[in-house]
Each structure stands twice: as structure tokens, then as C-alpha cells.
Design a protein. Structure first.
Length: 334
């Protein structure tokens, strides 16, 4: 798809020249008869006008903006569904519901921001294929999605790690690696790459981020599968299915990045739609598979303790709980 064709000039505009007359103090040619003493000769000097680069904005259109609103709506409906499922679930079994509701709320907000024009910047990119340096390209970067990913990807990984029964140390390593991956990915996206040095920096950050990506999935698969062996058969099966599906989906993110923010091969609209499909699958698909397929029979790292889900009881002076003790004093006054 050569969407740059619209922007590519058929010929480079010639640099205009003009002549100006100068009348410097002391004259321009003291040897010229009558020239001495100033005010006499006018010598035309050829000069270049200051070259002004043409700025080309690569931005989303009505298609991309409609896609953002559709995805926002999907996340909103998905969130309402999760809240409904939460109410129907015993409090101690609401760990995955809570994590999923948070993920969907953040996604909904980030799509609302992007659809209303927030969280967007223009980043200078290379102008490969366009001769002459007077054509500068800037491409819209929807950085709000990185803020979304910074919070949602750790929550998704936390759900996966808890399902496998991964140790807290490995879980922390996976989450920190993930944060590192998103932050260096953002660095890659915001590095201006009009010149070769900027492009090198963009791809260097991309490489660092991809390395973190492989590391976190290495830990998650190797340690996660080991830990999942101690879980009942169906929990291990669900972890294996979700981890494999999530890994496959997540590998598509750097590919979309490479084609859009990285090498500028696809339009901003195509980028919005591609990331949108991935986000819906990685968040809504993941959430609903997890909530519907996971059985509540079994206790595990996801089972919430009573002190977390119940109102504290029995702390009043008469041992009847905070509200009970207040109630009894109230009764005296009656
Ligand atoms: C970037 C670019 C740099 C290289 C890599 C990336 C990976 C991003 C991933 C994002 C996953 C997001 C999800 C969001 C919603 O649920 C930052 C694109 C490796 C894996 C799952």
C-alpha cells in the first residue's frame, strides 16, 4: 500500500533566487567614477531566499476515528458484562473479575481519550523515497495506548501468573520486564527519526523492547508450566491455552509497530484498526475466556482472603464488631 504517493512530489521545486540592491555606507565601488562618498552605485547581488521545508502530516481520517469509537463502545459493553458477572460471583472468587474490570476500564478510557483527540503527538519521520530534504514528514503517534498498555499488560500477566501458581518472585520479574518492554517501546515510538541517527535510535529501542518481550515470555512459559503442574488438570489446561493464545496475539504487536510507527509502511488508519483488533482480542477475548472457563471449585493463589473481602468484625470493646459496639452504646442512651 503506497499511501505516501499522494505526498510525493513529481519534481522538486527549484529554489527561488532573487536579487537585491545594496547601498552600503561608503559606497559599493570606490574606484568607480562618481562612486566615492556613498549613495552612488547599486550592485545587484544574487541571493537564495531562505528555504522553507514543506511539512506533510500523516494523520488518521474519518475511518480511523470511527474505528476508535467502535472499539471504545466494545470495551464499554464488555466492562458492563464483567461487572454483571462479578455480582453473580462469590466475593472470594472475584480476583480475576477485579483484574479484568480494571483492564477493561483502562482500555475504555484510553480509547475514549484517543477518539476525542487526546494523547496524540506528531513525530518527525524519515522521508525515504522523496528526493530533497525540503519535504518533512510528521506522523501522528497515538501515545495514549502506551499509557494503557503500561497498566493493562501487567494486570493480564498477573492473571496468567496467578492461574499457573507462579511464585511471587517470578511474577514480579515478569511484570517488571513487561513495564520495561512498554517503556522502551514508547521510547522507540517517540524518537524523532527524520535523520539516520534518529532512525537507528528508534530501532535500537525496538530491539531492546523485543528482548524484554522474549525474556518475559521465557519466564512465563518455563516457570509457569512447571508451576501449573501442581494445579488440577483443567487449570493447567486453561493456563496452557490462555498463555499460548496470549503469546501469539502479543507477537503481532511488534509487527504492527514495525509497519506503522517503525517503518511507516501502513497508514495511521490501518494502524488504529490493527491495534484495535489486537486490543479487543487480547483484553476482551482473554477476559471472557478466563472468566467463563475457570472453575471456582478450586482454591488457589487467586482465592481472596476473608480480611480482603469482608467488613472487619469483632474489634469493638464488647467484641461484637465496630458497628455492634456502637449499636450497644446507642441502646444505652435510648
Ligand atoms: C512494542 C514495540 C517495541 C517492541 C515490542 C512491543 C510490544 C508490545 C506488546 C504490547 C501488548 C499489548 C497488549 C495490550 C492490550 O491488552 C511496544 C509494540 C515487543 C507486546 C496485550
Amino acid at each position: 500500500m503506497d499511501f505516501l504517493a499522494d505526498f510525493r512530489p513529481t519534481s522538486i521545486h527549484p529554489i527561488p533566487t532573487t536579487t537585491i540592491s545594496v547601498d552600503p555606507p561608503g559606497g559599493t565601488n570606490t574606484h568607480h567614477p562618481g562612486g566615492g562618498g556613498g549613495g552612488g552605485g547599486h550592485l545587484p547581488l544574487p541571493t537564495d531566499t531562505f528555504p522553507t521545508p514543506d511539512l506533510h502530516y500523516l494523520h488518521s481520517t474519518h475511518t480511523g476515528q470511527t474505528a476508535l469509537w467502535i472499539i471504545f463502545t466494545l470495551f464499554t459493553i464488555g466492562l458492563v458484562g464483567v461487572l454483571f458477572l462479578t455480582l453473580r460471583t462469590e466475593k472470594r472468587n472475584r480476583f480475576f473479575h477485579g483484574a479484568s474490570a480494571l483492564v477493561l476500564t483502562i482500555a475504555m478510557l484510553s480509547y475514549l481519550a484517543m477518539a476525542t483527540g487526546l494523547g496524540i503527538s506528531y513525530i518527525p519521520i524519515h522521508n525515504h523515497g522523496v528526493k530533497g530534504s525540503l519535504h518533512h514528514f510528521v506522523r501522528q503517534l497515538y501515545w495514549a495506548r502506551y499509557v494503557d498498555w503500561l497498566f493493562t499488560t501487567p494486570l493480564l500477566l498477573l492473571s496468567l501468573a496467578s492461574l499457573a501458581g507462579l511464585s511471587p518472585a517470578s511474577t514480579l520479574a515478569v511484570i517488571l520486564g513487561d513495564i520495561f518492554m512498554i517503556v522502551t517501546g514508547l521510547f522507540s515510538a517517540i524518537t524523532p527519526s527524520r535523520w539516520a541517527s534518529g532512525e537507528r535510535a528508534t530501532w535500537a529501542y525496538f530491539g531492546i523492547s523485543s528482548f524484554a518481550f522474549l525474556l518475559i515470555w521465557g519466564i512465563l512459559f518455563i516457570n509457569g508450566l512447571k508451576a501449573a503442574n501442581y494445579r488440577p488438570r483443567n487449570t493447567k489446561g486453561l493456563f496452557t491455552l490462555l498463555a499460548a493464545m496470549t503469546f501469539a496475539l502479543w507477537t503481532a504487536y511488534p509487527i504492527v509497530f514495525g509497519l506503522s510507527e517503525g517503518a511507516n509502511k501502513i497508514s495511521v488508519d490501518a494502524e488504529i484498526i490493527a491495534y484495535g483488533i489486537l486490543d479487543v482480542a487480547a483484553k476482551l477475548g482473554f477476559t471472557y475466556l478466563l472468566l467463563f472457563l475457570h472453575s471456582h471449585e478450586e482454591n488457589g493463589p487467586w482465592t481472596l482472603p476473608d480480611w480482603w473481602v469482608e467488613t472487619p468484625q469483632g474489634y469493638g470493646p464488647d467484641g461484637r464488631g465496630t458497628y455492634g459496639s456502637l449499636g450497644s452504646r446507642g441502646g444505652d442512651r435510648d
